[in-house]
Design a protein around this ligand. Sequence first.
Ligand code: SF4
Ligand code: SF4
Length: 120
Amino acid sequence: MRTAQENLVQTHGALLRVGLVLEGICNKCGVCCVGIHEGEQVFCENLEILGELGSPDATMCRIHASRVLNTPIWMLNSVGERVFETICAKDNELETRTILEKGIGRGCSLGVRLICPQIS
Ligand code: SF4
Ligand code: SF4
């Protein structure tokens, strides 16, 4: 049986395939750079937290200008211990999926648009 998160991923994957795009300007709320792992909140090691997550200008990415596709990152727990290694979701489908799952409705300033494919 699939978990709720796997269901979400599948739904978003289907939406992405028919043309779901994000548009607008990131307000740096930071919620797409954090997560929950085994019941514990984890944060990207490059995320500087300046305010309340989910609020505009709450965070800054220390490597934002130098990120490339699949930049490796560690996720840290609340006391700064490395929990697991992953990649920064930049410039690929994973970025859209991550923002949809973690950001939309939780402070993300981006809008979601569905591009309906031409039916011939
Ligand atoms: S490296 Fe990627 S995941 Fe980490 S803070 Fe920067 S944008 Fe967020
Ligand atoms: S959730 Fe949206 S607004 Fe917030 S940091 Fe991520 S992309 Fe930017």
